[in-house]
Structure formats: structure tokens, C-alpha cells
Design a protein around this ligand. Structure first.
Ligand code: FES
Length: 169
């Protein structure tokens, strides 16, 4: 009789230990899975501003194509992407930066120094030095990047980031 009671207590104790360990294991496995399944994925976002070089290297009133690297954060992945801009320096601290893609169908346009216009080779759109459409079929002026100058460094945001900034403010 006493042996039977002792055996029942031991069985309960073992059952408790096994149940406890099972609970701990389930939580260890289930919590990350639940977080993965039930939390919304993080949005891809960029670092916001890309260094476009020294402003002193941009001649006055002569559009200059500059290359830059944009950093994008996609959950745990960090991706670097090459981009470019056409930069026009109108005076010592005044700069306008245009997206390098034509507003018609996205072709890369170039600056034509003799005619002093931006020309798109795909369908012949022309833009002034201020980005205004001079000849179609481009439906709107050149897209501009937000610009920031710190010391002699020129920083350009993406057009999408500018929209996000506007939405967040
Ligand atoms: Fe530039 Fe069509 S893409 S004119």
C-alpha cells in the first residue's frame, strides 16, 4: 500500500517534470514561429539621403551627372543600389538635382551643351536647365530630388523618400 502511494507520487512528479519541459520546448519553438507568422513584415526603406560628392566639384550653371549609392533596408537585408542625378548649381549654395530618368517612359537623357537643353534620345523630349518641358512627348517636368548641403557635401534624397517624408509630416 505504501509502495503504491510512493509509486503514484513518483509518477506525478515525473509527469510534472515532463509537462514542464514540454511547455518550455513548445514556447521556445512556438514563440519565434508566432512572431514570424503574426507580425507584419517590415517595409523596405532606404537610408534617406545619399552622398553625391563635393559641391565644389560641380561647375556653376553647367549640368553635371553625378553617381551615388543608395542603401535600402529590407527586413534584415541591406542592399546598396547605384543611382545617378543631373545636378545644376545655380550659385555657391543653390543646387537643383534631377532624376536621370525621362518623365515620358524613363529613358536616360543627357545634357546637350550646344543647344543648352536636356535631350532624351528615345522619343525626342527636351527639357530646359530648370527641368521644364520644351518639347514632348514628356508629360511633365523632370522629377527633382530633395537636396541638402552640409559643409561642402551634397546630399540627395530619393523622390520616394520625399513623398514618404511628406506623408509622415
Ligand atoms: Fe524620353 Fe520617351 S522616354 S521621350
Amino acid at each position: 500500500m505504501n509502495d503504491n502511494k510512493h509509486s503514484t507520487n513518483r509518477r506525478r512528479w515525473l509527469f510534472g517534470i515532463i509537462s514542464g519541459l514540454t511547455g518550455i520546448l513548445s514556447a521556445a519553438i512556438g514563440a519565434p514561429a508566432a512572431i514570424y507568422l503574426f507580425t507584419p513584415p517590415k517595409r523596405t526603406r532606404s537610408s534617406g539621403w545619399a552622398d553625391a560628392g563635393s559641391i565644389n566639384e560641380i561647375p556653376l550653371k553647367t549640368p553635371q551627372r553625378v553617381e551615388l549609392q543608395r542603401v535600402h533596408f529590407d527586413a534584415w537585408k541591406i542592399r546598396s543600389e547605384s543611382d545617378a542625378a543631373w545636378v545644376v548649381r545655380t550659385d555657391a549654395q543653390q543646387v537643383t538635382a534631377f532624376s536621370p530618368r525621362c518623365t515620358h517612359l524613363g529613358c536616360a537623357y543627357h545634357w546637350e551643351p550646344r543647344a543648352e537643353v536636356f535631350e532624351c534620345p528615345c522619343h525626342g523630349s527636351k527639357f530646359s536647365i530648370t527641368g521644364k518641358v520644351l518639347a514632348g512627348p514628356a508629360p511633365r517636368p523632370l522629377d527633382q530630388y530633395p537636396v541638402r548641403i552640409e559643409g561642402d557635401r551634397l546630399w540627395l534624397a530619393d523622390t520616394d523618400d520625399a513623398n514618404a517624408d511628406t506623408r509622415n509630416s
